[in-house]
Design a protein around this ligand. Structure first.
Ligand code: GLN
Length: 539
């Protein structure tokens, strides 16, 4: 029988529940268990696909083409297992499905209610992860206990505890224990109140994970144990980690969390050794050098908008035992000229994916600098499209070259809409999404980097390189090193006479993992390390 661990959050949002859930997944996998991860989001959007990066951060795309919450990225990076459409759903999706069924008459005229109809729908989606052979489903509920929209989710997980027996269901509550500087004390009251809120609904947590800036003294843990009705050994602390989020599984394991889970489920498995994981953390903590990568984006101020990207860059650094200092450069500051010095001070330039016109001229300028000055360049999705525009303008001499997304009436649409996208009216889930195969040209940098002729990478875009410009681009030296298997779509471009200049239409950052850095990120950061190590030439 599949067991369930439900992770809730209290007091404040942004507690790092996703990283904690992912860390628990990692520990259980190291215990030899078959684990599935799930994120439930109580907001009303059907999925995060159409939400602004300001609201929601990155949209994480799965192999099967779902546009999901960025926590799924943590799950994949920490557990090494792919997630899928089933791994994330929102309240909006639940209501949508229930109402669609109601319109079809599937409820036989019954009055629809939050309980049982909405809660049943939630439970059936949770239970769909418990396929044969799955030992534990680790399910995180987004938001904070006390949010109105989260109530049906809490009710649903309470019911699962009732139906399956408390020995098969574990509730872990994450909370925040603030340190009040003026009083010189940590305060437990907010945690007591958030647990009281949970108990009102009928959920008594089995373990408490307390986020805190300082270490919690024994008497504080005792107080939390007493007031929250959680055994003392199951009151754990999760202090802000010093070097990397990849320390979190080790921090939790040191306090016995995986053992507490095993005891709760009456399971006996050898302890998690975490040897490769410890090595990975060691590589981050003791780097041999520092390398600077400039990321030229539209949302340079937003940490979450490029979550997987930043992680993948760090993985590339880990592969070379280098710490990567990510220099976030606002594309508009390149347009205005104020960031030109900064961009020339980095060892590699990355232009990530994006939508819309804002900042594109700055990205194109950044790519020109990288191409002309021999700075390693990596373009991703919009980054590839901008690289093609830059090449068309400055090498082919087509000064007006552009993408029809940026300038619909351009006389030289080197990037344009695919035919099947022309008729799209709905915005949600209508892009080219998910994993698609890509054939790699033998002898190319891409081929040397991947070491294989065909790869599968995830996509999220509408626009494509315009095939009518392919011959001209190739003639002037742009190598189309990756194509869709039917040869119809350009997936990778590169420049052979450059230290490292490669761009891809897909999102390799979504598949990079700390234990298995993505080959392209590894190669790109490697080229940046080589540039940094190059002896300066006397002028
Ligand atoms: N806006 C571009 C497109 O839709 C690029 C998308 C992206 O970078 N993810 O094709």
């Amino acid at each position: 029988m599949t067991k369930y661990i439900f992770i809730t959050g209290g007091v404040v949002s942004s507690l790092g529940k996703g990283i904690t859930a992912a860390s628990i997944g990692r520990l259980l996998i190291d215990r030899g268990l078959n684990v599935r991860m799930l994120k439930m989001d109580p907001y009303l959007n059907v999925d995060p696909g159409t939400m602004s990066p300001y609201e929601h951060g990155e949209v994480y795309v799965t192999d099967d083409g779902a546009e999901t919450d960025l926590d799924l990225g943590h799950y994949e990076r920490f557990t090494g297992q792919p997630t899928s459409k089933k791994s994330n759903f929102t309240a909006g999706r639940i209501y949508w499905d229930v109402l669609r069924k109601e319109r079809k008459g599937e409820y036989l005229g019954n009055t629809l209610q939050m309980i049982p109809h909405i809660t049943d729908e939630i439970k059936s989606r949770v239970r769909s992860l418990a396929e044969p052979g799955v030992d534990i489903v680790v399910a995180e509920i987004g938001g904070t206990v006390g949010d109105i929209e989260g109530l049906t989710f809490l009710e649903a997980i309470r019911q699962i505890g009732l139906e399956d027996g408390r020995e098969n269901v574990m509730y872990i509550h994450m909370t925040y224990v603030p340190f009040i500087k003026a009083a010189g004390e940590v305060k437990t009251k907010p945690s007591q109140q958030s647990v009281a809120k949970l108990r009102e609904i009928g959920i008594a947590p089995d373990a408490l994970i307390c986020r805190s800036e300082v270490s919690l003294a024994e008497d504080v843990r005792k107080k939390l144990s007493l007031f929250c009705n959680v055994p003392l050994h199951a009151v754990l602390e999760e202090q802000d980690v010093k070097h990397t989020i990849y320390e979190v599984p080790l921090v939790l394991s040191e306090q016995g969390l995986d053992e507490i889970i095993m005891v709760h489920f009456r399971m006996a498995r050898p302890p998690a050794k975490m040897a490769p994981w410890r090595k990975l953390v060691d590589a981050v903590v003791h780097p041999e050098g520092v390398v600077k990568i400039g990321v030229v984006g539209k949302y340079s101020e937003l940490q979450d908008a490029y979550k997987s990207l930043y992680e993948a860059i760090h993985h590339g650094g880990i592969a070379h035992r280098h710490q990567v200092e990510i220099v976030r450069i606002a594309a508009e500051d390149i347009e205005s000229g104020s960031a030109l010095e900064t961009i020339r001070s980095v060892h590699g330039i990355l232009v990530p994916g994006g939508f819309g016109k804002r900042g594109t001229e700055g990205k194109i300028k950044a790519i020109q600098i990288a191409r002309e000055e021999g700075i390693p360049f990596f373009g991703i999705c919009l980054g590839l499209q901008c690289a093609v525009i830059e090449f068309a303008r400055n090498v082919l001499g087509l000064a007006s070259a552009n993408s029809t997304e940026i300038e619909p009436g351009t006389p030289n649409p080197v990037v344009c809409l695919m035919e099947e996208q022309e008729t799209v009216v709905d915005l949600g889930a209508t892009m080219r999404l998910g994993a698609w195969p890509c054939r790699i040209k033998r002898g190319s940098v891409a081929y040397r980097t991947y070491g294989v002729e065909e790869v599968s990478e995830r996509h999220r875009h509408r626009y494509e390189v315009n095939n009518s410009y392919r011959a001209q681009l190739e003639e002037k030296g742009l190598v189309l090193s990756g194509l869709s298997p039917d040869g119809h779509l350009v997936e990778m471009v590169e420049l052979p006479d450059h230290p490292w200049f490669l761009a891809v239409q897909f999102h390799p950052e979504l598949k990079s993992q700390p234990l298995q850095p993505h080959p392209l990120f590894k190669a790109f950061v490697g080229a940046a390390v080589a540039l940094k190590s190059k002896p300066a030439i006397c002028q």
